[in-house]
Design a protein around this ligand. Structure first.
Ligand SMILES: *Cc1c(COP(=O)(O)O)cnc(C)c1O
Length: 450
């Protein structure tokens, strides 16, 4: 064996060293003591296995590694160079500056979250987004909950528990992350009344089902896949007209629910919130962090009497939105109200970026890092919106030996960079790289390639 165990410093003597004293100031005494004990324990057990004893410097090094790894946040910002605008694994929509500022303001101080400043008594947290949503969409009422999956669950639980809900077989979809429409329906206690076939649903199928006095008709947007070929289904307007004859409300789960027409950017037309209301949907629900480009939230709008029933249900309390979300959402909705969403909401800015701007950015990147080839490519929307739809883009293709290894090194950078491979080359899409992250990205690329 190398070195004698009794030469290992004691915990107390380690804690006297100037280095360790500094760390006590930064990480606190209890955690530092724990790290010292763990480093010494590790040295002892490795010694028992025949390894050399570390010297004091190596021990201190290990203590510092433990302290930094225990306290480093596991959730951190990354640079998204994939070109997938709503990347669910990368946190979906980055928020606008105004939305960030609003969340910061209400979270660092007390706020009137549930306090009516005029009356000087308890108010409702729901007012902060409701008026904006009414103004924007013309809906009678609105309710914001934790996310859209929760919104669907609340609607079904509050309005259809132990009753039938009509849904077309072509809409029994899995959205991802474990959200399956039929499972959520069962979870709510509603009974599925499936109609039609996978590819064809006729209005007569709805008419027959309505004869069974269901609690409601649900329409779920297919979101992440397309149905093509020998297919047909009635329009939302036809469905609502028929359902209303039987006094059965129609709920439209839009998923993304855009407030802006995606067709203006050369994309397929994603169903819009305003269109669902105009087609007669009694309730419409959609996500806050998909094409709205705001915080994670589930937004429900529609008829006042139905929304009132949702608000009163005990589940609404369990899935309520918090103040950070409500502040950020109100600021995001404000961009739409002021017709500035394309300039202020990051995902719309990305979608609206002209090709020439992307090319110019890449030429500058190429200059800065001294290599790369600018090639044509495609960005995608992601987030379960507009499946198969792409936006033409430019990519910077890098010449690296071992592209997989290079991707891994990019992921280990600070901040981590997420890029992708195309034809065995590492490519970066500037569309999803936020302007304020560009300097960091170029510094990382230069140092890895240099
Ligand atoms: C994405 C999606 C959901 C789930 O929304 P979250 O906000 O992620 O909870 C529900 N329904 C549809 C149709 C969707 O596309």
């Amino acid at each position: 064996m190398t070195g004698r165990l009794r030469d290992l410093p004691s915990v107390d003597s380690m804690l006297q060293s100037p280095q360790v004293l500094d760390w006590i100031g930064v990480f606190g005494r209890p955690l530092t003591v724990q790290a010292v004990r763990e480093a010494l324990e590790h040295a002892r057990s490795r010694h028992a296995g025949g390894s050399a004893l570390p010297d004091r410097h190596e021990l201190e090094q290990q203590v510092h590694e433990l302290l930094t790894s225990w306290t480093a946040p596991t959730l951190e910002p990354v640079i998204n160079a994939t070109g997938v605008i709503l990347h669910t694994n990368l946190g979906r929509a980055p928020m606008s500056r105004a939305a960030l500022a609003a969340a910061l303001q209400v979270s660092g101080a007390y706020s009137n979250l549930e306090y009516d400043l005029k009356l000087g008594k308890r108010g409702s947290r729901l007012v902060h987004a409701e008026a904006l949503l009414q103004h924007l969409t013309g809906a009678e009422a609105a309710l914001v909950v934790n996310n859209n999956a929760a919104a669907v669950l609340l609607i079904l639980t509050a309005l259809a528990r132990r009753r039938a809900v009509v849904i077309a077989r072509s809409q029994l979809v899995e959205i991802g992350g474990g959200f399956r429409v039929p499972d959520v329906m069962r979870q709510s206690g509603a009974r599925l009344l499936e109609i039609g076939t996978t590819n064809k649903i006729h209005l007569a199928d709805y008419a027959e089902a309505l004869g069974e006095a269901p609690a409601l008709v649900l329409r779920a947007h297919r979101s992440n896949f397309r149905l093509i070929g020998f297919t047909s289904e009635p329009s939302l307007h036809e469905i609502t007209a028929l359902a209303h004859q039987s006094n059965v409300p129609v709920v439209d789960d839009l998923g993304s629910g855009s407030l802006i027409d995606t067709a203006r950017f050369g994309l397929a037309h994603e169903p819009m919130v305003q269109e669902s209301l105009a087609a007669g949907a009694d309730l419409v629900c959609f996500s806050g962090d998909k094409l709205l480009g705001g915080p994670q939230a589930g937004i429900i709008i529609g008829r006042g009497e139905l929304v009132a029933r949702l608000k009163k249900h005990p589940l609404a309390r369990a899935i309520r939105a918090d103040k950070l979300c409500l502040a950020a959402l109100a600021a995001t909705l404000g961009h739409y109200l002021k017709d500035e969403a394309e300039r202020q909401v990051p995902i719309w800015r990305m979608i609206a970026t002209p090709l020439a701007d992307l090319e110019a950015r890449l030429e500058a990147w190429k200059q800065a890092i001294g290599q790369g080839e600018v090639i044509g490519g495609e960005s995608t929307i992601g987030g379960g919106s507009l499946p198969g739809e792409t936006l033409p883009t430019y990519l910077l293709a890098l010449s690296t030996t071992g592209p997989d290894r290079f991707l891994a090194r990019l992921r280990q950078a600070s901040p981590p960079v997420i890029a992708r491979l195309e034809n065995d080359r590492v490519v970066l899409d500037p569309r999803t790289v936020l302007p304020e992250q560009e300097q960091d990205l170029l510094a990382i690329l230069s140092s890895l390639l240099g």
